[in-house]
Design a protein around this ligand. Structure first.
Ligand SMILES: *Cc1c(COP(=O)(O)O)cnc(C)c1O
Length: 375
């Protein structure tokens, strides 16, 4: 099936008791049992919930994986993935990750005995040097946030498979509409479904997808044993949101290309993999089917960022991304404030950088908003 057909139908069937075409919100904590040990496969809602299961089957299909396991947030999903490691194992992380992922490794996993370090994932040679005998996992984002640096997933996956390292790709920015890391050799895909998958900025959730039966069993076990499950209503919102993922991503991508072109035309330093001037544009064309809706632009100084940010009328000044509405943020003081200033400088995250989550509005209105804000 094509992507949109899967997005709308995969993992879902009319409700067996009523024929309801849309998967109901099974808002229940428990299920009646006919007798001792005799039930319909549903005992308690931390362990099984039909709404959540429909979402899990749907997202697994879109990411071309066998198993999908949903969580209460993207970070809860990443936490479960990290907990597949043991004390003494070494975890390697991309050096420009979502701040919360870094914090989880540094402030939660490290005190529990997990050894971790970071590496620039632009260059496979650098990763090869950073892999240690006890390295068990590498987690990367591509493109990175907000400077849009790419990693060559297929090349990184070949290295990881040769060295027995589990490759985890956070695919939140590209979504399965534009990029399928499992097909490029990654073992695990994680998402904050809070962002593009749900797409309407009205829930928080996460998902882990893999075709590895052993990893899936461990993550499924952790979902129940540690209990960071999404509720049925949030699962339903995400299931509903995903139905329009293809439509939305096409619009985000088309709008972002115009916005990036406009900003570059104004002589600004723009970070967007769809621009031919992006240093990894060729790789972007090879491993992605589009370039997404995230654009970063350097305004030159914190003073200019302070002047411009309150002037936007359509782009709302807010953290997060991936909703139908356009947002703007200042990574150095907002999303990446917990990253030490020296690390921010090293990855090119300057104080004058602003990040746009380009939404699905009419592009003429977005362009006008940017023009008047920067004027
Ligand atoms: C938001 C985000 C996360 C964390 O997800 P939550 O749903 O907020 O827990 C992880 N990775 C990326 C790339 C994100 O943008």
């Amino acid at each position: 099936m094509g992507f949109s057909t899967d997005a709308i139908h995969a993992g879902q069937h009319p409700d067996p008791s009523t024929g309801a075409v849309m998967t109901p919100i099974y808002q229940t904590s428990t299920y009646v049992q006919e007798g001792l040990g005799k039930h319909k496969g549903y005992e308690y809602a931390r362990t099984q919930n039909p709404t959540r299961e429909a979402l899990e089957r749907n997202l697994a299909a879109l990411e071309k994986g066998k198993h999908g396991v949903c969580f209460a947030s993207g970070l809860a999903g990443i936490h479960a993935v990290f907990q597949c490691l043991r004390g003494g194992d070494h975890l390697l992380l991309g050096d420009n990750l979502y701040g919360g992922t870094y914090r989880l490794a540094d402030k939660v996993m490290k005190p529990q005995g997990l050894d971790f370090s970071t590496v620039s994932t632009k260059d496979v040679g650098a990763i090869e040097k950073a892999v240690r005998p006890n390295t068990r996992m590498l987690l990367i984002e591509t493109p990175t946030n907000p400077v849009m640096m790419l990693a060559d997933i297929a090349a990184v996956a070949r290295l990881c498979r040769a060295r027995d390292v589990i490759l985890v790709v956070d695919n939140t920015f590209m979504t399965p509409y534009f990029q399928n890391p499992l097909e490029l050799g990654a073992h695990v895909v994680v998402h904050s479904s809070t962002k593009y998958l749900n797409g309407h900025s009205d829930m928080v959730g996460g998902v882990v997808v893999t075709s590895d039966d052993e990893l899936a069993a461990r993550i499924r076990f952790l979902q129940n044993a540690a209990g960071a499950i999404p509720g049925p209503f949030d699962s339903w919102l995400a299931l509903r949101g995903v139905k329009t993922l293809a439509l939305r991503m096409r619009q985000h991508d088309a709008n972002a290309r115009e916005v990036a072109g406009l900003l570059e035309g104004m002589g600004k330093k723009v970070y967007y993999p769809g621009l031919p001037s992006h240093p990894q544009h060729e790789l972007a064309r090879r491993q992605m089917r589009g370039f997404g809706g995230m654009v970063a632009v350097d305004l030159g100084s914190i003073e200019e960022a302070r002047r411009v940010l309150p002037r936007f009328r359509i782009f709302a000044l807010a953290e997060s991304l991936g909703g139908v509405e356009s947002l703007v943020c200042h990574p150095a003081s907002m999303t990446h404030a917990s990253v030490p200033a020296e690390d921010r400088r090293r990855v090119g995250l300057t104080d004058g950088l602003i990040r746009l989550s380009v939404g699905c509005e009419d592009v003429e209105d977005l362009i006008e908003d940017i023009r008047q804000a920067l004027a």
